[in-house]
Write a protein that binds this ligand. Structure first.
Ligand SMILES: [Zn+2]
Length: 140
């Protein structure tokens, strides 16, 4: 497996960086790139190339570029592992996205057809007590 970073400069011109030996190295390069692009003009994607399974492009989970980590325990009922992100606003377009993605300590997945995985105003739902609350309540 070879790991690359695909940067779509100004959302127009694709550039491939790499290969990297580990996903950690590649992810560090993604964060370094985003630091130089605070306006988020560039789309940043993962690109994995494998001799057997072929090419796979992916988006970064919400919160990845914020270095945020999350509690997976419901602040209302205390049940662990039942939190899902059900709504998020795309930072680039302001469009509200209805999703259903389980929340892990590292974040959550947004659909890979989204232009950029960066989101704001996320709404989390606890599947145990059925209460919705803002993601900021479980951001560490
Ligand atoms: Zn709950």
């Amino acid at each position: 497996m070879k790991y690359y970073l695909m940067v779509v400069v100004g959302d127009v011109e694709p550039e491939i960086k790499g290969p990297f030996f580990t996903t950690e190295e590649r992810d560090a390069a993604a964060k370094a790139h985003r630091k130089q692009d605070p306006e988020m003009n560039d789309g940043v994607y993962t690109l994995d190339v494998d001799a057997d399974s072929g090419v796979k492009v992916g988006a970064y989970a919400g919160g990845f570029f914020d270095d945020a980590s999350f509690s997976t325990t419901c602040p209302r009922c205390g049940v662990d592992g039942e939190l899902s992100v059900v709504e998020a606003v795309l930072a680039t377009t302001g469009r509200t996205l209805k999703i259903d993605s389980s929340l892990s300590a590292d974040g959550f997945e947004v659909p890979t057809n989204a232009r950029d995985a960066s989101t704001d105003d996320e709404v989390v739902r606890c599947n145990a007590c059925k209460v919705n609350f803002p993601l900021s309540e479980v951001t560490l």
